[in-house]
Structures are given as structure tokens and as C-alpha cells.
Design a protein around this ligand. Structure first.
Ligand SMILES: NC(=O)NC(NC(N)=O)C(=O)[O-]
Length: 370
């Protein structure tokens, strides 16, 4: 049996999926299945008897068997400018129709270059129109930098579907071009890396813990059902698995008792650490338990620290209180005022366990750096 080892870069933030803010700009062909499927947030599925007027319904991007010159390709806009550390090309369920080879090119487009690209509407069953191609050809995406050379893919069987690819470039990109040779299907494409957004204007309130502003999850105690890197995505949580959810703690007491302030007497807690996009002063925090109804945490506590570098388990951080343990409720947004002082990291601790879908940390970027 072939075993796929999940590389360390897959823990990093992800920038191609729709929930992160990724978009399909163009695709040469969408005949069997639209390119937008390739950046859907959920894992791909297969429905045995599902057919469309074009052929077998597939949960991915699938072009027709090519009978004209060339190869198929698409352009994706990434959620924000970022350094790409690695990719996952998931061919799940594409067995007799997977793209046999692929390559990736990348570019960092100026706002003017981006504006010249027409907006794409999802359209299964079409090949590119001449109008689209003329606009897109002006980008000269065929000459963009090569991030991944032409590389063989494995078929979408359970043991072979996950095709991971490390990327070595330290440059930051806004767009990628995905080439498939010559045609076929890909279920999902994930792009892992580190955001490199432009600093915001001075005195503008921004979400310092947003993925789009460069924040990242750098550690956690438990991510059994959902990874804490989900809670900094820009869109509202789509479902429970799109948030951070821990396992139930096994050391919870047999009978639950309450403290005087209404919080639960608890023997344990779970935590996650986030690096802010920029050093800054947080003025308001929102913890959103959207979709967490029978499993929201009893309370949340938030601390901050100025580290000036990434957090690692051996980092000796001086955590200061920003938000004292505060009760949460089911399926609800909870807003708290605070004044963190200038910090680079927050530690979010929920007691005793559970999950929530999003966190926002509104504040100002430290004026020293802009
Ligand atoms: N059975 C298939 O999947 N056939 C074709 N693909 C779809 N989606 O129908 C093909 O030729 O690649």
C-alpha cells in the first residue's frame, strides 16, 4: 500500500480556496465540471449515479477530452499576496479522467493589470470564448515564472489521490496559472504559504487577526475536528468543520459545577496562538460561535504578547491579559472591548473545550511600522 506523508507546509495558511477569498479568473474549458469546484472549501465527494447533460457529474475541475491543439489551463487569484511554500493537488475520484501532468506558473500583478481582467462567471459546459481569451492573452500568463515544472500526477484512488508539492521560491504572488497536460480533471487545489499583504493606511481600523492581513495560526493544543487556522478566514463560517473544534476533554468532571461568576469549574482548557498580521493595538474582539450549538466553549480568555518573531513551542512569551474569562453562548457573535497595547501575538484559550467559527481583532497597526 502507498502511504502519503502529509508535509509540514500543509499546516500553513491556505490561499486558493473560496472561503479564504480565492477566485477563478479564467479557464480554457469547463465542459464536464466547472473550475470553481477545484477551490471549493469542502472535501470532494463522489455520487455514483449523478449525471448532467454533459456527462458524469464530478466534484472538481474537468475539461473535455481535447480534440484541438494545445493544453488546458486556468488562472486563479489568490486570497492575498503570499509566498507559496507548497501545494496539494487532490485528484480524488478522478480515476480514468485525471489530468496526467500539471505545472504551476505565478505572477504578482499590479492593481491596473488586475483591473484589465474580465470578471468570470462560473460556466460548466463551455470552452473559453474568443473575447475572454483576447483579454487574458494580454496578461501573457504563459511567460509567468515557473513555480512547479511539468510534473506527473497520480490517479484519484484513496491511496494515491493526494499529490503534495513543495515550492522553494521566496517571492510573493497574487495569481497562479495551473496548466494541465493535455486535459482531464483535478478535484481540489490547495495553496499553502504565508501572506505578504501591503500595510494599511495609518490610523485605519483593520482586523489584525485576519488571514488577509497576514495573520497566521502558529500553535494549538488540540484540533481534533477542525483546525484553528479556519477561524481567521475572511468569510463567515460555513459549517462546524469550517471552524476550530477540539475533542471533548477526557479529564472533565463527572458532574459539572459553576463558579460564582457563572463560569464552569473546569479542570482543563484548550488554546491556540495567532501571530497578528502587523504589530498593533487591539480595541475590539469578536468571538463567533456560529454553528456551534451543543459544543460552544463555556468561556473564552484572550492574552497578548509582543514577540517580534514567530511563536514556537520553546518561545518564552510574557502573556498579558486582554480579555478575562468571558462567558460564551451558542451560535452567536460575542463582541468585547479591550485595549491590548502594541502586541504581535494573541493566545486564545477556551474552557473547557469545544469550538467556535471565527475570531476578529479590530485595532490599529503600530504607527512605528507604517
Ligand atoms: N465516465 C467519465 O467520467 N467520462 C468522462 N468524464 C465525465 N465527467 O463524464 C471522460 O471521458 O473523461
Amino acid at each position: 500500500m502507498i502511504e502519503t506523508i502529509v508535509p509540514a507546509f500543509a499546516e500553513l495558511s491556505e490561499f486558493a480556496s473560496m472561503g479564504a477569498g480565492g477566485q477563478v479568473v479564467f479557464a480554457t474549458d469547463d465542459f464536464f465540471a466547472t473550475c470553481e469546484n477545484m477551490i471549493a472549501d469542502c472535501d470532494p465527494i463522489f455520487i455514483e449515479d449523478k449525471y448532467t447533460e454533459f456527462g458524469k457529474w464530478m466534484d472538481g475541475w474537468e475539461t473535455r477530452r481535447k480534440r484541438i491543439a494545445g493544453h488546458d489551463w486556468c488562472i486563479l487569484k489568490l486570497a492575498t499576496k503570499c509566498v507559496i511554500r507548497g501545494l496539494l493537488v487532490d485528484t480524488a475520484f478522478f480515476t480514468g479522467n485525471y489530468a496526467p501532468k500539471y505545472s504551476i506558473q505565478a505572477a504578482c500583478l499590479t492593481p491596473e493589470e488586475e483591473e484589465s481582467i474580465p470578471t468570470r462567471i462560473s460556466r460548466m459546459g463551455t470552452a473559453c470564448s474568443k473575447f475572454d481569451l483576447k483579454h487574458i492573452e494580454r496578461l501573457k500568463s504563459d511567460t509567468w515564472d515557473e513555480l512547479v515544472p511539468v510534473t506527473a500526477l497520480r490517479a484519484g484512488y484513496e491511496e494515491t489521490r493526494l499529490n503534495f508539492q513543495k515550492v522553494l521560491s521566496d517571492d510573493a504572488w497574487t495569481h497562479i496559472r495551473v496548466n494541465i497536460f493535455p486535459d482531464g480533471g483535478i478535484a481540489r487545489l490547495r495553496v499553502f504559504g504565508e501572506a505578504r499583504p501591503e500595510p494599511p493606511p495609518r490610523n485605519q481600523i483593520i482586523d489584525l487577526v485576519s488571514l488577509l492581513n497576514g495573520a497566521a495560526c502558529q500553535g494549538f493544543s488540540n484540533a481534533h475536528y477542525g483546525h484553528p487556522k479556519n477561524v481567521i478566514k475572511p468569510s463567515r463560517g460555513k459549517c462546524m468543520s469550517d471552524g476550530w473544534e477540539t475533542a471533548r476533554r477526557l479529564d472533565r468532571p463527572n458532574v459539572i459545577e459553576a463558579n460564582d461568576d457563572g463560569t464552569m469549574k473546569s479542570t482543563g482548557e484548550e488554546w491556540a496562538i495567532f501571530k497578528l498580521g502587523f504589530p498593533g493595538n487591539i480595541k475590539q474582539i469578536c468571538v463567533d460561535t456560529n454553528h456551534f450549538k451543543g459544543n460552544y466553549p463555556d468561556s473564552v480568555k484572550i492574552e497578548g504578547a509582543y514577540l517580534g518573531q514567530d511563536w514556537y513551542p520553546e518561545t518564552d512569551a510574557n502573556w498579558c491579559n486582554i480579555l478575562k474569562p468571558s462567558k460564551l453562548s451558542a451560535h452567536n457573535e460575542h463582541w468585547f472591548d479591550c485595549d491590548s497595547g502594541v502586541i504581535t501575538h494573541i493566545r486564545v484559550t477556551m474552557a473547557p473545550d469545544g469550538g467556535f467559527s471565527r475570531i476578529r481583532a479590530l485595532g490599529y497597526v503600530d504607527s512605528q511600522i507604517i
